[in-house]
Design a binder for this molecule. Structure first.
Ligand SMILES: Cc1cc2nc3c(=O)[nH]c(=O)nc-3n(C[C@H](O)[C@H](O)[C@H](O)COP(=O)(O)OP(=O)(O)OC[C@H]3O[C@@H](n4cnc5c(N)ncnc54)[C@H](O)[C@@H]3O)c2cc1C
Ligand code: SF4
Length: 327
């Protein structure tokens, strides 16, 4: 592990200036639960590590009816899992947060760090000079690809590891970014990028841009949401496949709905065709069956992960049944 300087800025402006100066070769640290592993594994060899935890006002959860929810990037994952308003109104997010790792990791890991964490592909994490590290080959493509993506891949076949990102995508969240003393807000689906657009990164952050806040629009009264995660082990683990669904009902009909999947693609995955077919759907068992059959129709699984397509279809059936029929 390479030595690094530990920088403790006391304002966003100071952190931003330091990070945007390329000569500083600096990287952001929030909870450190992913970054420190990357440094120990020599995947990151930056000279300087900038600790965001010394910056005030980035750790908070605020809700205003009609306007929605804002979550500071330094908010602990455990605080999201336990927040009363998130559990009541944005259930999918609290459920996703509760599914992350162990309590110790949830107490250290932050919301900003969770959505910016790097992939878990074992070749990337080990000593393989693969495409994502600037090498010439994806070792997973013809290698051990049981946990890799079934859609949206190429030339890199990772799945995005963040549970929160999947729930936030179903909630149509926005991400607030800080750079060079100014901020911009972008929809979460524009934050994450596919390997075909840039295989070195998983999001649009560049040159020390900082995630400062997540903004979630308010949900209509009576909206329901849920997150289900399939793991290989009962104890903490990353998602093999997960689904986040947000549904608004009108009588026995679904008025509108959105489903996002985790564990299937390099980004949280959504399908316009599915979200459209949920609109004004008279949801009964047959309709739910029909929808679960057509999801991920364009999937192109790798040799060892065809099982994920079946899992995802069953997961969607389960989540819609829970939200619509058993509610
Ligand atoms: C054993 C284990 C099990 C895990 N299981 C799960 C799981 O089941 N589900 C899941 O979702 N995650 C899981 N994780 C990942 C864990 O949730 C992340 O490590 C954690 O959320 C990262 O948050 P952090 O604040 O510690 O980020 P850090 O480690 O500090 O940073 C992570 C990355 O994000 C960048 N970064 C951090 N904050 C910001 C910011 N505000 N703006 C821009 N860039 C930033 C850093 O530079 C770094 O590259 C697991 C991790 C471990 C070690
Ligand atoms: S899936 Fe991506 S990270 Fe994994 S070996 Fe292939 S190029 Fe590297």
């Amino acid at each position: 592990m390479k030595d690094f300087n530990y920088i403790q800025p006391d304002s966003l402006s100071q952190a931003g200036k330091y990070l945007s100066n390329r000569n500083n070769d600096a990287v952001i640290l929030s909870g450190g639960t992913d970054l420190l592993s990357l440094i120990k594994e020599n995947i990151y060899t930056n000279e300087n590590v900038v600790n965001l935890k010394t910056i005030p006002n980035l750790n908070n959860i605020k809700y205003k009816k009609g306007e929605g929810l804002t979550i500071g990037a330094l908010t602990k994952i455990s605080d999201v899992a336990e927040s009363k308003i998130i559990k009541e109104k944005f259930t999918v997010l609290a459920e996703a947060a509760k599914e992350i790792a162990s309590l110790q990791l949830r107490n250290m890991g932050t919301v900003g760090g969770n959505i910016c964490q790097r992939p878990r592909c074992w070749y990337y994490r080990e000593d393989f000079d693969c495409i994502k590290k600037g090498g010439g080959e994806c070792f997973a493509y013809q290698g051990e690809n049981k946990y890799h993506c079934i859609i949206g891949g190429g030339p890199c076949y990772i799945v995005h590891p963040s549970d929160l990102a999947v729930a936030l995508t179903a909630l149509d969240a926005k991400v607030k970014l800080f750079f060079d003393d100014s901020s911009r807000i972008i929809p979460i689906h524009e934050f994450f990028i596919l390997p075909e657009d840039d295989y070195l990164f998983e999001n649009i952050l560049r040159d020390g841009e900082i995630v400062t806040e997540i903004i979630i629009p308010d949900l209509p009264d009576g909206a329901k949401s849920s997150y289900i995660k399939i793991k290989e082990r009962e104890t903490w683990d990353f998602a093999v496949v997960s689904a986040a669904a947000v549904i608004s009902k009108k009588g026995s009909n679904i008025k509108s709905g959105k489903i996002a999947y985790g564990g299937v693609a390099p980004i949280p995955w959504t399908e316009e065709i599915i979200n459209k077919s949920l609109k004004n759907l008279n949801a009964d068992k047959n309709e739910i069956e029909k929808i679960s059959k057509i999801i991920l129709a364009d999937a192109e699984p790798l040799e060892k992960n065809k099982y994920k397509v079946i899992l995802a279809k069953n997961l969607v059936k389960r989540i819609l049944t829970n939200l619509v029929l058993d509610a």
